[in-house]
Every structure is written in C-alpha cells, then in structure tokens.
Design a protein around this ligand. Sequence first.
Ligand code: MF3
Ligand code: CO
Length: 258
Amino acid sequence: MSSSSITLKTADDIAKMRRVGLIVADVLDAVEAACRPGVSTWELNEVANEVMTKAGATSAFLGYAPHGAPPYPGVLCTSVNEVVVHGIPRKDVILKDGDIIGIDFACYKEGFCADSARSIGIGTISEEARRLIEVTRASLDKAIAACVHGNRLDDIGWAVQSHVEKHGFSVVKEFCGHGIGRFMHESPSVPNFGSPGHGLRLKRGMVLAIEPMVNAGREDIEVLGDGWTAVTQDRRLAAHVEHSVAITGHGPVVLTRR
Ligand code: MF3
Ligand code: CO
C-alpha cells in the first residue's frame, strides 16, 4: 500500500476525532466498571450501547461485514481468556473470578471514528494473566512513543514485538492495527511486528489505531465457525489493547485516553 493512499487529517479533523475519542473512553470506562463475576458479555454490550447512544454516537461495529464475514451483531467485542479479538457478546458467556477480558469499542460522531480496546482482569487473576496484561499495555505505550513525524511504520511494530518477545510472550501476526479517520479502517495497515527503520515514513496528520494482540503461548490463532471469534490455537490466554493516536507537530496525541 503506497503512502499516497493515506488520508492526512487537519487540526480540525483531529479536534473532531478527539471528541469522538473521549466518547470511546467513556464507553470503555462504563463497560470496565460493569465487568465483574456473574455479568454476561451481552450485558456489557448493552452498557456500551446505552452510553454510546446517550452521547449521540453511532456504532462502527454493528453490521460491519468485511470480506465475506457475517455482519457483526454487537456494538462491542468481548474477548474472554483464549479469545484474542472479536469475541461476540453473548447471554451465555458469564464472567467469573480469574477471567481476563478484552473489551473493544469504536464509534462515529461528527463524521469521524475512534477505536480503542482494553484488557482487564476479573477479580483475582493468575500471575501469568497479570503479567500478560501488563506487558501488552506496556507494548502499546512503547508503540505510542514511536508515533513521531519522521519515524518509520515498522518502528511501531518493532516497539511492540521487541517488548513482548523480551518477556517471553508472542505477537499475533494475522491481525493488525490500521489508519483511522472518516472510516474505521483506513490505510496503512499497522502490524505489531517489523524491522526498525523500515516501512513508510510517519507524517504529521496521520492517525493510527495501534492494537497489540499478545498471546501467552504460541502466536498461532484460528477463527471459530461464527466467522468472528479469534482464539489462540493452543487455547492459552491472549490480551489486546488499542488506542487511536494522532501524529502531530507536538508528538503523539492519544485520542482515546483522558
Ligand atoms: N477494533 C477492531 C478493529 O480495529 C474491531 C473491529 S471488528 C468488528 O478491527 F466487527 F467488531 F467491527
Ligand atoms: Co482497531
């Protein structure tokens, strides 16, 4: 994909994306507050839908149907334990003490989209789960720090991969982050791996959704028969975090964090 197909955002565009980014943060705050043992992932979807609707925003996920997948049936992705990403909210998936869950949400307002995800523990989680979430969050922080005008796209992926592999975990290669703006998925694709100093040059006005997906065990994943749910092949734990980040003259600006 050539860099010429990347839509650069103006300061006014980025101001709008910041406003929708704060709605995404509010939704994830509300969902996170509702995450406790006994709650179904369908109830979490309802919390997200209510906060989104009150804010005057519309879902980026509901009905989304890329490359032959069935239309996505929720406004939130809820990915429990071995589910890496795109877990569909269900009444019969009930959170229990010791689970980890990835909550992923994106919406549109004023013509722009913002996209963010968090991984959180339910009650008391294992030491491995705690470390997995901590390493995944830190890998995103390092990737955000690489979002500087003049750096290269692979510097972002390398920041994720090097941190994750140093801690003995593995990076998922099949799914990537993405440009974001008037559409949820824009160019470029943003892999969570790469060779430092390679790839297209990052420029002021680019906005990227960076989303490390990290497995406790092997990197391999598979998609279940529902066409969405991506699980680790070895059924060990996975974590996923995401922020929408603007590359500006003042460095990286995280649009989906207060
Ligand atoms: N945040 C994810 C992404 O960037 C989720 C999209 S999948 C959907 O690709 F179906 F829920 F839309
Ligand atoms: Co995304």
